[in-house]
Design a protein around this ligand. Sequence first.
Ligand SMILES: [Cu+2]
Length: 101
Amino acid sequence: MVAGSLMLISGASCGPSADSQDASAVKTYTGIGVVERITPSRQFVQIDHEDIPGFMDAMSMHFAVMDTSLLTGIGMADSVVFDVRVALDGVAIVRVDRLPG
Ligand SMILES: [Cu+2]
């Protein structure tokens, strides 16, 4: 209880407002989609993804990638399953795997 309250206070003082989320909350969601674009830096990928329950509806969007090595072996038009980490400091893909077929 005490530790949670302290985290809420520090989160409120130095970051974006948490609103409905606990300031310390980090959530990871798993999505499925098709790679539409990989930036030359390999730090961003655009994925046309299906619904990600609890996070967002189906759409094509641009994701930051936590580490460029995650995109090794991933190419345009690949079907992928990916984990996206959602935290107060941002949203980033932390896993990408090609789906067979
Ligand atoms: Cu989206």
